[in-house]
Design a protein around this ligand. Sequence first.
Ligand SMILES: [Zn+2]
Length: 114
Amino acid sequence: MSANYDDERHNLILMLEELDHRLTTITNDVRHTDETMEKNSEKIATQNENNEVQDFLGNSARVEIAAIKQAIARIDASEYTHCKTCGETIHPERLKAVPFLTQCTKCAYLAEKH
Ligand SMILES: [Zn+2]
């Protein structure tokens, strides 16, 4: 039986578009904050904090984008359900919950412990 992950692939592409959009919004916010930065030190501290939060959001979006792109590549290479660490099959229910997983339960658990 040859597995077909067109639906998953489609979902991943939608997620990618949504993240791209979110990332653009975050980037625009940061730029806006920089432009309006005032001399008031208290305000600058708050704005720096905001920038850190936005940096964090931007970074996590970038990490997610990379993971989703990898998942799409894995579908194209027919490796979608293969754990990248041990080669075991990733449980379909897990992929349904988090469609950009690359590891089986065991490997994900071990990776987290390290
Ligand atoms: Zn594994």
